[in-house]
Structure formats: C-alpha cells, structure tokens
Design a binder for this molecule. Structure first.
Ligand SMILES: [Zn+2]
Ligand SMILES: [Zn+2]
Length: 251
C-alpha cells in the first residue's frame, strides 16, 4: 500500500483503539465507582458529557502520532520496538518500563507546570480543570493543545529507546489505568501503600485530587520525584466523601 493511505489508515485504527480503550476503562471504573460510592457522581451529568466529548476528541489527536509510530514500526522498521525477547538482556525489560514511565512523567510535569502559567492555562489547560471534582471520565478531558503535548511522548520514545512490545503494552496499561483512577474521586489503593514509604514517591488519586482542588501543587503524573525536588509537592489530599470511607486518606 502507498505510504499515505497506509498512514491514514493506521492513524484511524489508533484513534479507534484509543477511543475504545478510553470508553471501556473509564466506563469500567465509573461502574466500580457507582458500586463502591453510590451517587458520588450525582449531579455531574453535564460535566461528564463534556468530559466524554473532550476525551473522544483527544483520542483522535492521540491517534495520529500513535498511528505514525505503529506504521513506522510495522511497515518501515523505524522504531526501536522489538519482539524477540532475547534481543536485549532480560533486565532491560523492567528497566525500560521504568525509564519510559519516568521520562513520560518528566515531560508531563514540566509541560503541566508550563500550562499553569495564566495565559496558557486559560487557553489550553482550563478544559481539564473544568472538571470539579473530576470523575473517571475526565482521564482524557483535554483541550487539543494539551492533548497534543500528551500524545507525542510515547510515540517519540519508541523511535529513541528500545522497548519490547510487551513492555510497551505494560507502559500503556499503567498510563491508561492511572489516568482514569487518578481522577476517579476516591482512592483504590490500600492505605499501607498510599501512606507508606512507596506512597511518598508514587502518585495515586489522593495526590492528583489535591492538584485539581488547589491547582498550584502536585503537578506530577506517576511519581512525586519532580514535585518533591521542586518543592511543589503538598502531600496527599482529602476527598469530600472521606467521612464515608474508612480507608480515605489523610494529608
Ligand atoms: Zn488531572
Ligand atoms: Zn493542572
């Protein structure tokens, strides 16, 4: 097939995959929320409609660089994605997953802080913060400018850093699940983890919820590394329904 139609087809396929993945994962965690905390999203119907519309538009934006990377991998062999597990030492698999997550997190932290500058915030980032409080549907609720900054990261990395296809799937799984659950409005991870030593470095809903409430803190995506290094980490937040949830977090 000619390059252009093949590229367009690849972008379309990736858009459908990203959009479908969003609907399934956000829908699944919204159902879990309805079961765990009935009525938590009560009165947020209009906000959820908006979150879904922005998220599906974001899926189309995410689909383009993902489609280019997928086509470059399959048709041209341009990427560093490998399927022969013996091509690199076995320790590279976990290390590459961590490295991808750390680089994604670093990119997110700095672009996120940048988008909190007043002018850019109004144009590009307000859409995401219009979710007050966010729901499981807010995972990809971004203005197209913000969606574009998020969409290019992993597709760019696969051209630069070797990763096994299975490890890449693991990265995408973490990205998807954390993107949804960090906005879900309650903490699904156990207290021993969130409040424990690992929790001082990992971002879950308790941490990101506070960003949505206070704006000028807790900018990270997966790790608290940059927030702690740059003094923007304010610790864990509380949920409004904390009194109903014995496991809810304290700062
Ligand atoms: Zn958010
Ligand atoms: Zn923000």
């Amino acid at each position: 097939m000619d390059a252009l139609p093949a590229l367009l087809l690849s972008a379309l396929a990736m858009t459908l995959i990203v959009g479908g993945r969003y609907l399934v994962v956000s829908g699944g965690f919204a159902m879990l929320t309805a079961w765990r905390f009935p009525g938590l999203y009560g009165g947020q119907r209009r906000q959820i409609d908006r979150e879904i519309r922005w998220s599906l538009a974001s899926a189309a934006i995410y689909g383009v660089p993902a489609g280019i990377a997928a086509w470059g991998w399959q048709a041209r062999g341009w990427t560093q994605i490998y399927t022969d597990a013996g091509a690199y030492p076995v320790w590279w698999i976990p290390l590459s997953i961590l490295l991808y997550l750390f680089l994604h997190d670093s990119w997110f932290y700095w672009t996120h802080r940048w988008m909190h500058r007043p002018k850019l915030f109004r144009v590009a980032h307000k859409v995401h913060h219009d979710s007050r409080p966010p729901t499981a549907w807010a995972a990809m609720s971004f203005h197209p400018i913000e969606a574009l900054t998020g969409a290019v990261v992993i597709p760019a990395l696969v051209f630069l850093i070797p990763i096994h296809a299975g490890a890449l799937l693991a990265v995408l799984l973490v990205m998807t699940v954390m993107g949804v659950t960090n906005h879900m409005g309650w903490e699904m991870f156990p207290q021993w983890l969130v409040q424990g030593r690992a929790g001082k470095w990992l971002i879950t809903a308790s941490h990101h919820h506070r960003h949505h409430r206070e704006y000028k803190c807790n900018y990270g995506l997966y790790f608290r590394f940059w927030d702690r290094l740059c003094g923007t980490d304010k610790g864990l937040g509380e949920f409004d329904h904390a009194s109903r949830d014995p496991r809810a977090s304290r700062a």
